[in-house]
Design a protein around this ligand. Structure first.
Ligand SMILES: Cc1cc2nc3c(=O)[nH]c(=O)nc-3n(C[C@H](O)[C@H](O)[C@H](O)COP(=O)(O)OP(=O)(O)OC[C@H]3O[C@@H](n4cnc5c(N)ncnc54)[C@H](O)[C@@H]3O)c2cc1C
Length: 362
């Protein structure tokens, strides 16, 4: 049986999913290299992670135990990280307020109410916007993507992880080194063609960045026709959002949408401008990102492929996290690492059977 340090793994992708998965594998002692077209610090429509709101507010449905586990595991880890590495890793702990125009019973009694500290219903109408019939408050973690992605990368490198810029035309390109045992596919939206996945639903999200360093709470409002949020960052900026436009990959900023987002944000969080209205917002910029939506949820599973040099290689997929890549990252990486362990064991079992077969005849 090979030791982890003798097992060579190429992780394709350096978004939040690729970096977290590579770090988990490096911590487990494997010999890991990240291959990616984009790394932290780069900006591209093909690189979703820098554009995220990046707050923990799970979207895992009531009946999806797998996604619930990803998000709950991730919350616990980010919470611990915030206690010791908040500034370095770009994590902030803040009070959160979620409002609902017409809440369903399950919205008001969410599965995750014991995962986060301080969960309480908002029963006093003074705590709710006029058009919200319900809501709750809790404490959550917010991530500054630029800082956090660089922090993940630095942790990976510190543990001996390697990185190489590469543009893959095919996942086979990640198996060219005959010593590679496994490839982990963390290519987000690009898995639509790299993994030939017809279930990927690119989902456009437009946000506005404003300066409002005094805002130290995150809010969201769910109504029939819009989802509004306000997400402060440690650098004094605040992200206002959002849109969810399925099958749209248009990265141009739509000014009409931007104005609508700003109006909604100021309505539910008037202290953004100290009550002076939308025109008093100090706009820093606009961002558009494409979420890796996927019918059926994220794909975290094993596949075995034969490389161009005839070697059987494990391919573990970990992509399609839609609007939850940050809040699912550690749980999803832990699941992927477990699958990699199983897949490698299966490959070793196969090769030891072949060796015994030869040994018996030679
Ligand atoms: C507006 C918006 C708001 C969001 N808000 C939140 C939030 O509040 N909370 C949350 O948890 N999530 C949020 N998300 C979702 C989150 O950003 C994504 O789920 C996450 O970034 C996906 O990460 P990823 O690593 O899978 O993909 P990506 O970040 O896109 O990384 C893909 C990687 O694969 C590489 N790659 C792709 N193709 C190739 C190739 N051919 N060759 C080599 N490398 C390749 C890229 O270069 C890149 O390194 C939000 C997203 C958006 C757009």
């Amino acid at each position: 049986m090979k030791q982890p340090q003798q097992i060579r793994i190429n992780v394709v992708g350096a978004g939040v999913i690729g970096l977290t998965t590579a770090l988990v594998l490096q911590i487990k002692g494997y010999d890991v290299t990240i291959l990616a077209k984009h790394f932290p610090g780069d900006k591209s429509p093909e690189y979703t992670s820098p554009y995220a709101g990046a707050r923990w507010r799970t979207a895992a449905p009531d009946n999806d135990a797998r996604l619930q586990r990803y998000d709950a595991d991730t919350f616990k880890l980010l919470w611990e990280l915030a206690k010791c590495k908040a500034a370095e890793a770009g994590i902030m702990v803040v009070p959160a307020f979620d409002y609902f125009e017409k809440p369903t019973p399950s919205q008001l009694d969410p599965w995750w109410k014991d995962v986060v500290p301080g969960f309480r219903q908002l029963t006093d109408s003074k705590e709710l916007p006029k058009d919200a019939q319900g809501g709750y408050s809790y404490t959550t973690v917010l991530i500054n993507p630029d800082r956090y992605l660089k922090w993940l990368q630095s942790q990976f490198v510190r543990l001996g992880g390697k990185m190489r810029r590469a543009i893959l035309q095919d996942l086979q390109d990640a198996m060219e080194d005959p010593l590679v045992d496994a490839v982990v596919n963390c290519t987000g939206v690009q898995s639509s063609w790299l993994a030939n996945d017809k279930n990927i639903v690119p989902t456009r999200g437009q946000n506005v960045v404003v300066r409002a360093g005094h805002v130290r709470r995150t809010i969201s409002m769910k109504s029939a026709d819009a989802y509004t949020y306000v997400i402060p960052r440690s650098d004094g900026t605040v992200l206002l959002g959002t849109t969810k436009e399925e099958f749209s990959t248009d990265t141009k900023v739509d000014k009409r949408i931007a104005h609508d987002i700003m109006k909604r944000a100021v309505k539910y969080c008037p202290d953004l401008t100290h009550g002076k209205g939308v025109d008093a917002l100090r706009v820093k910029g606009h961002v558009v990102g494409i979420r890796p939506g996927r019918i059926g949820g994220p794909r975290v599973e094993n596949e075995f492929k034969v490389s161009r040099v005839g070697k059987r290689v494990l391919v573990t997929h970990n992509y399609g996290h839609d609007g939850s890549g940050y809040q699912s990252s550690w749980g999803s990486a832990k699941h992927a690492a477990h699958l990699i362990h199983e897949g490698i064991a299966a490959l070793e079992n196969e090769s030891s059977k072949i060796h015994s077969l030869f040994a018996a005849r030679l």
